[in-house]
Design a protein around this ligand. Structure first.
Ligand code: MSP
Length: 518
């Protein structure tokens, strides 16, 4: 059983509507998963929902629902969202599922038995909105707390704590010795800076059940439930465990896990997350895993945040970009293209309607759409849709782009891959302009030259479809269908020049991206 390439996203809080930020992260993971499959790696892509905690409990109460039925209803909304984004996830985790809860409890038992926890009294401040304890350090100079914490209450309560004090140095060493563990670099430096200049406080891993009961009970003390983050992070491990992963079996004892059919998944290859939850993933999660005796994930890939027109998206301002509305109006691939092409994985991005329309019309409609449409239409018109003999005029330029895209995909540089694919789109359009097939067609003496030009054009279109497939799967499949090719363009090896055979009959060209009147 060979280990699969295992990629995850953050699991979204169930209470709330899916927005641009959630969509962006899931699309990044989907493109990486598709790209790996296209490169013929066995892949497992996990996404899902974070369903416990005080906010969910409060929201359910305010709607007079039980937390479970509240979550069940919203989970349907989120699952439809996943389908709308065209995600190829292999599983969808909900933290209220018993397969997840069982593993959280098994881990808690193991860590408790190994002496990683202690019980203590906490006196201080608590933000229910962020579900977190605050300290004096969190106060602003005027003594108040940042409004993002919502109502901050003072409380005193017993809880269980996870000892972190002795864990700092090995983690610093690990991050220093594994330069690609946190990507991009500046996020890695941020974590190192934090670890070197602060002393880690022990992590409170419970909430008293009498204050919050919407959580996973602590198996060794029924008066407590698990703190949401200790519960949520474990999803990355609980799903492999529930799939019979052999590493999970070693960590937890195989009697806890199903025997077959088993998938080998752990360690995760990539956790795709947003910058706001970096500390949980790059500090607490590795420490939890080490305490469990499990290997660390290979990479934490951190993306930035989207704003809208230079402002933070917020329900109060009413400027939240609704991906579903954009997809309904412009199509899924136009949405996927904009977010991936506009924003590299790392920095923050800014959504503007003007920017979206400009890319749609320049790069999709006039760039790619025009190249494919006129290439196929000319083959139809001048050669009755029959592919001429193989010609290699654009083969070298194409092979260079294929190599560039492959290298970019291997490094998860999605924006760079798209730039490179578009250099080929531009090359193709220039080739049409320079060779002017419509002029060649006027004189039968040019028949051979016209054959060459048409072959190069349709073969470039075909290879572009293969390169595009992880990013714009619907468009790539349409190009293949218009070329009359029954297979899917979902294998990178199909980028080899010359696979389009002489005398093959193409299908009917149709515009890929209807023009819009902005
Ligand atoms: N439930 C936690 C994650 C637990 S992972 C074990 C959570 N959920 S969330 O719904 O608030 O955020 C989910 C993901 O969406 C996070 O990675 C977050 O960074 C991302 N985004 C939320 N808003 C965003 C933007 N405006 N832009 C880009 N991504 C954003 O945190």
């Amino acid at each position: 059983m060979s280990k699969r390439f295992y990629i995850t996203t953050a699991i979204d809080y169930v209470n709330g509507q899916p927005h641009l930020g959630h969509a962006y992260e899931k699309i990044i993971a989907d493109v990486i998963a598709r790209a790996r499959r296209s490169l013929e790696h066995q892949t497992f892509f996990l996404t899902g929902l974070d369903e416990h905690g005080q906010k969910v409990q409060q929201a359910a109460i305010s709607e007079s629902k039980s937390p479970q039925s509240y979550c069940d209803e919203l989970a349907e909304v989120w699952k439809r969202f996943v389908a709308k984004l065209g995600l190829t996830n292999d599983d969808f985790v909900r933290t209220t599922e018993s397969r997840h809860q069982k593993i959280v409890q098994a881990i808690l038992l193991k860590l408790n038995a190994a002496g990683h926890f202690y019980r203590d009294t906490y006196r201080g401040f608590y933000s229910a909105k962020e579900e977190t304890f605050l300290t004096e350090k969190d106060r602003r100079p005027d003594g108040t707390f940042d409004p993002s914490y919502g109502d901050v209450t003072e409380l005193q309560e017993q809880n269980y704590y996870f000892k972190l004090k002795d864990q700092q140095q090995w983690l610093i060493d690990y991050i220093e010795q594994n330069p690609t563990f946190i990507s991009p670099d500046y996020r890695r430096n941020e974590v190192l800076g934090f670890l070197k200049h602060n002393t880690l406080e022990d992590l409170c891993i419970t909430r008293p059940a009498n204050r919050l009961n919407w959580g996973i009970p602590i198996p060794f003390d029924p008066n407590f439930v698990t703190y949401v983050w200790f519960d949520a992070l474990v999803n990355y491990f609980s799903i492999p465990a529930s799939q019979g992963d052999p590493t999970a079996a070693k960590v937890l004892g195989s009697e806890a896990l199903p025997q077959s059919p088993a998938l080998s998944l752990w360690p995760a290859d990539i956790h795709v997350i947003g910058k706001d939850i970096l500390k949980f993933h790059a500090v607490y999660w590795p420490i939890m895993l080490k305490a469990m005796g499990a290997a660390l994930p290979k990479q934490i890939l951190v993306h930035g945040w989207w704003q809208k027109d230079g402002q933070k998206m917020s329900k109060t301002i009413g400027n939240v970009v609704d991906p579903i509305a954009v997809i309904d109006e412009w199509g899924l691939d136009a949405f996927r293209f904009y977010v991936l092409r506009e924003l590299d994985i790392g920095p923050d991005g800014n959504w503007t309607e003007g920017g979206f329309k400009a890319r749609y019309s320049a790069e999709l409609a006039n760039g790619l759409g025009n190249l494919v449409n006129r290439s196929l239409a000319m083959l139809k018109r001048y050669r009755n849709g029959l592919v001429p003999s193989v010609s290699t005029e654009l083969a070298i330029d194409t092979e260079r782009v294929v190599l560039e895209v492959r290298a970019a995909l291997e490094l998860n540089q999605l924006q760079r891959a798209l730039q490179s694919i578009w250099s080929l789109v531009t090359r193709g359009n220039q080739y049409v302009d320079h060779t002017a097939p419509f002029r060649l067609a006027k004189d039968p003496a040019n028949a051979q030259r016209l054959d060459e030009v048409l072959y190069n054009l349709v073969e470039v279109c075909r290879i572009i479809a293969v390169l595009l497939w992880p990013f714009l799967p619907g468009t790539a499949e349409k190009i293949y269908a218009q070329l009359g090719l029954p297979a899917k363009p979902d294998k990178f090896s199909l980028t080899r020049w010359g696979l389009l055979r002489s005398s093959h009959s193409i299908g009917s060209p149709a515009p890929l991206f209807p023009r819009i009147d902005a």
